[in-house]
Write a protein that binds this ligand. Structure first.
Ligand code: ATP
Length: 296
């Protein structure tokens, strides 16, 4: 059982942006969701774990290995699907994977052939193996991204915002693929999409403005809000009034009316109804400590 330990990690970019502020996390095998809004610091953290940049202070260890001092060894154990995943458009999937396998040290040609075939089957791209990567749809590109991340049997896999832009059926397909690989490996899924974490992750953290606001099991987060969430449909122009009176954590437009969700120890009355807490409530409740999550 591998374990990734992040201790008091901080990073300020030369332009003065503090992207990571004393981040500490413990991540074991299985699917771990790192959830946060745009600009929260997720990619900065992923890039640091992936040895692509250094933090100013703090440490990351994978089992007993200090990541910043053993970059080459970490890279050999790492599969990474970055947010901006560049592809050579004219090269086909089979040739590209063969090349990546060669770079990762699979020297024997028949071993590589077997590996490439099994990876293409795993991500359901075998029938498209001869097509140029530039012709792939968004979902196919992401599935190819997973295939390349799996070369070398990594003990740590990082996927950075992988489902953004995928249509619902491709997203489901991608979820199925990720859930299969999360069994014996540490998989960190960085995302701003709450549904990704609800669907896949047994452990999670919420990060905002470079700080970890919550970490634990999604279920525990939801339980902590049970009996504290109330909802009400209002007119759009009433929002500011409600925001000044209640702890509004989220709003959704439904058929032109605004459905509000508030967090409150007692029933606020005034037409509010109790609602079943979900992971989106946990997310908005946490990030509302740092930013105003309600923008119309
Ligand atoms: N190389 C860089 N130089 C300067 N500032 C940066 C750099 N990379 C990121 N930032 C800033 O650091 C903060 C955190 O960015 P980061 O990309 O880590 O967040 P994120 O959670 O991945 O966001 P997103 O979901 O938008 O990708 C942001 O304010 C961003 O503008």
């Amino acid at each position: 059982m591998s374990k990734l330990t992040i201790n008091n990690l901080s990073k300020t970019y030369p332009n003065g942006v503090k992207a990571l502020n004393n981040v500490s996390l413990e991540i074991g095998t299985g699917m771990f969701g790192l959830l946060g809004p745009n600009g929260a610091g997720k990619s900065s953290l992923m890039r640091t774990i992936a040895t692509l940049q250094d933090a100013d202070t703090g440490t990351i260890t994978l089992d007993d290995l200090d990541v910043s001092k053993n970059k080459q060894e970490i890279r050999e154990k790492l599969g990474y699907l970055p947010q901006d995943f560049g592809l050579y458009p004219r090269i086909n999937a089979e040739v590209m994977l063969d090349h990546i396998a060669q770079m990762k040290g699979v020297g024997n040609k028949s071993d590589r052939k077997y590996l490439v075939e099994s990876l293409l089957n795993k991500v359901n791209l075998y029938s498209h193996r001869k097509k140029g990567l530039g012709t792939y749809s968004g979902g196919m590109r992401q599935r190819f991204g997973i295939a390349q991340a799996l070369v070398g049997d990594p003990s740590l896999i990082i996927v950075d915002e992988p489902t953004a832009g995928l249509d619902p059926s491709e997203r489901n397909r991608f979820y199925n693929l990720l859930s299969e690989i999360g069994e014996n490996t540490i998989v960190i899924l960085s995302t701003h999409i709450v549904e990704d974490v609800t669907t896949l992750c047994s452990n999670m953290a919420i990060i905002c403005e470079g700080e970890v606001l919550m970490q634990g099991k999604p279920k525990e987060g939801i339980e902590s809000l049970e009996g504290r969430i109330y909802k009400k449909a209002i007119q759009k122009d009433e929002l500011n009034e409600y925001k000044s009176t209640y702890n509004v954590i989220s709003t959704k437009l439904i058929e032109g009316k605004l459905s509000l969700r508030v967090e409150s120890e007692q029933n606020p009355e005034n037409g509010f109804e109790p609602a079943k807490a979900d992971l989106e409530d946990v997310y908005f409740s946490q990030i509302s400590k740092k930013v105003d999550p309600i923008t119309l």
